[in-house]
Design a binder for this molecule. Structure first.
Ligand SMILES: NC(=O)c1ccc[n+]([C@@H]2O[C@H](COP(=O)([O-])OP(=O)(O)OC[C@H]3O[C@@H](n4cnc5c(N)ncnc54)[C@H](OP(=O)(O)O)[C@@H]3O)[C@@H](O)[C@H]2O)c1
Length: 247
């Protein structure tokens, strides 16, 4: 693991930050990307204080130019990219009737285009080396659709399709692995992006109420598991819910 290099988008909080810390603890060099510079700087410091190796690049995943600059900076700093973790995402759930068109567009830009750009900017490098691992974040919401989730679920379903499409197209001829992580409920800042407060009573009625959300580190562990498999083993998709989550 000591020679591997991973880019992690959305590394400024939640599962991205937890994954960055865990991978660094296992000797993987991490390039952190997100928009909030101060958080990236602090996380970098924390990782290096613990003996890990980390750098950061302020990146908006909706900008192809930013994503190209992120891949270039990683190659300049570490010489290679072994793992691309397309984790950045937003989830401003809303009822269709609320017509939050700007938020639909934001979800499409971050959750779909951001992931697609992330796959694109590492593709040539991985193809040339004939190895690499692309890890994309889907969601349980691509398997379970509920009132207010339609656009978010659509974006996460698109990520499923893109991940499987890349696997079918290049996975069989190259040594590039693709993994889709579909978390259930995880305690992070993600729901802060919800502005349509009219959805909350409906969300309250969904599923059982007994589950405690997973910790971000639970998902980081599943990512490490996928990475640690031998090169001929490709964990294509993992759905990871709290045991008691019915939805
Ligand atoms: N939490 C859950 O229950 C859950 C369940 C299923 C799937 N997921 C998925 O898991 C992934 C991680 O989410 P999380 O729960 O860890 O939430 P989070 O703590 O809110 O993290 C989201 C990350 O995305 C980054 N981001 C948002 N817009 C961006 C942009 N335009 N450019 C670059 N980075 C951007 C944020 O960083 P900046 O704001 O600093 O840019 C932040 O680091 C997401 O794809 C989410 O959809 C979460």
């Amino acid at each position: 693991m000591n020679t591997k290099v991973a880019i992690i988008t959305g590394a400024s909080s939640g599962m991205g930050a937890a994954t960055a810390k865990l991978l660094a603890q296992h000797g993987i060099k991490v390039m952190l990307a997100a928009r909030r510079e101060e958080r990236l700087r602090e996380l970098c410091k924390e990782i290096m204080k613990e003996g890990g190796e980390a750098s950061f690049k302020v990146t908006d995943v909706t900008s192809y130019a930013d994503m190209e600059a992120l891949a270039d900076a990683t190659l300049k700093t570490y010489g290679q990219i072994d793992i691309m973790i397309n984790n950045a995402g937003v989830m401003p759930l809303s009822f269709f009737k609320s017509l939050k068109v700007n938020e639909w567009e934001q979800m499409i830009d971050v959750n779909i285009k951001g992931v697609l750009y992330g796959m694109a900017v590492v593709y040539k490098h991985m193809e040339e080396r004939n190895e690499g691992h692309i890890i994309n974040f889907g969601s349980i919401a691509s398997h379970v659709i509920f009132p207010s989730s339609s656009v978010y679920s659509a974006t996460k379903s698109a990520v499923r399709v893109l991940t499987e499409g890349m696997r079918a197209e290049i996975g069989s001829t190259q040594k590039i692995r693709t993994t889709l992580i579909c978390p259930g409920s995880v305690a992070t800042e993600l729901s802060n992006t919800i502005t349509d407060t009219s959805i909350f009573p409906a969300l309250e009625k969904l599923g059982n109420k007994e589950w405690t959300p997973l910790e971000a580190n639970d998902i980081a562990n599943t990512i490490l598991f996928a990475i640690q498999q031998p090169a001929n083993v490709d964990i294509n998709e993992m759905i990871v819910r709290p045991t008691a989550q019915s939805l």
